[in-house]
Every structure is written in C-alpha cells, then in structure tokens.
Design a protein around this ligand. Sequence first.
Ligand code: TA6
Length: 302
Amino acid sequence: MANDPRVEELNKNFGIPEALKFEGEPGGLIRAVISTPEAEGTVYLQGAHVTEWTPAGQKPVLFMSSKSLFTPGKAIRGGVPVIFPWFGGREGGKPGPAHGFARSMEWQVESTATGSNGVTVVLVLEPNDATRALGFDSFGLRFRVTFGAALTMDLQTHNESSGDFIFEEALHTYLSIADIHQASVTGLEGTTFIDKTDGFKKKAQGNEPVTVAKETDQVHLNTGAECVVHDSVWGRTIIVDKSGSNSTVVWNPWVEKTKGMSDMGPEEWRVMICVETANASDNAVRLAPGASHTLRAMIRVE
Ligand code: TA6
C-alpha cells in the first residue's frame, strides 16, 4: 500500500534512488524491489524471501507459482524460501511448521547498499515470542542477498546460547526451466542421497546426471559440489555454486503431488526444479557457543 508508514520509513532509511525501493502490498507484505542495468530482483521482508532475480538479457531465473499466496504468516511458493532451523517436518513430531519458522516470519532490514557486484539487502531475524514458544531463544540470523549479474545469498547463523546449537537449514531455490522432461542436473554424480519418495532410503547416485521423470525428492549428502541445471530447450545453464553447505536437495513434485498443492498451478511442475543449498539430515550443523556459520549460494546463468 502506497501510504503504509512502515514503507515510507524504510524508503527514507534504506531506499536507494534508481536502484532499490520498498513497496507495500494490499495483503500487508512489504517487499524491496531492485531494478538496475545489471538485474531485476525482489525480496520480501517476510521470510527474507527472494522471489525474483532476472539478470539483464535473461528470462527470469527463479520460478514463482502463479497461485502463490502473499499472506502474512503463509510461506510464499517459489523463489528462495529460507529454511531454518529444521528441514522438512520437525524431528520427533515436535510442534512447528514444515521447514521451520524463518520463512513465515517478518525479518527486519539491517542495511542496503550498492557495490560492484550489485545491490545488497541485509535482513535479520532475532528470537521472538513465537520462536521462544518453539524452544528457540538464543540464535541470531542474518540474510544477505546481492542482486547483480549473479545472485549471491548468505544465511549466517550465530549461536548466542551457552551450549551447542544443532540445526538444519536450506536456501530452497526454485529454478525456472522450459520443460522438466528436457532438463538435467550435473554435479551430484557418485553421491549418496536420501530418497524421500521411497521410505527415506539411502541410495547411490551413479555417474549419470540427475533427471526427473516422476516425483523426485532427493537429499544428496556430504557434497559441497557446484551443481549445474542444463535447460536444453532454452539453451541455458543455471549454475548453483555454494559454500558452507554439505547437502543438496533436488525436488520436483510431479503430477499427483502438485494436484494436492493449492498454491501451485496444476501444470507448473513441468517448468520448475528445486536445487536447494542445504545442511539437512546427517549434515545438520552443530554450532559451538558464540560461534557463527554461513551458508552461501551463488547462482549465475550461462
Ligand atoms: O525440499 C523438498 C521438500 O522437502 C519436499 O519434501 C516438499 O515438502 C517441498 O520441500 C516443499 O515443502 P513446502 O513445505 O514448501 O510445501
């Protein structure tokens, strides 16, 4: 909404003329919109959720569902959900939303800047009543995203407790492709993965690329490798490089699972694939008191 006082304050304090402006939406969400000669981008304060990154001369790189909600407290379907402090369902059946609380909470803007790599937005999330009710009161999260010829995202976790902090995390990146039937992912050859579509069995990825011809939900473990999505229809490759990450998740819901998702168009499984930069399952992070850890994804198109 044009006259939301929060938006006016944000633009006064963090807006960048000719590069970054904050906008309010009728549903109450606030987004930062980046527009420069190098790239277009959008990140919501809710969830520190990047929903668009389009480098100059390219088609949009991130998939966004046409049916996504943009409602306070509801996860946005597409872009890059920030997953923390657990991946998937919470362990032991403890209460809490799928994929943790970070993606459905409102983060605060810490800073904005322009630099040689593009426009950077830094958002932070501190403990609040809702996180404390879930048992999380001694963490600090900082998300730093730079929109330029490349998209760089850092999720920094700080352990403010007096004991070890064990958590899972992911930058759950939805990528836009022409046709899932004519796409593949290289970089995961020879890894072991958890097949969430087959009883969470551990399986070996052979020396062939990952391709998708059914519901696919694979947590590849103990891999720091760069992954490349090969889109033979659009003739482009999307490189997902990373650091601070030992897991890579590949997901496509395929036909039936998509039918059960009210925030996905029935045919949208055809034009997306998730390649997620994570630390999940066996690769959960154990952070000593006072320590910090940074998960980084660097995405570019060739
Ligand atoms: O990363 C893949 C996955 O864990 C799938 O199992 C599926 O649940 C997907 O995430 C989306 O989860 P969401 O809670 O956003 O519907």
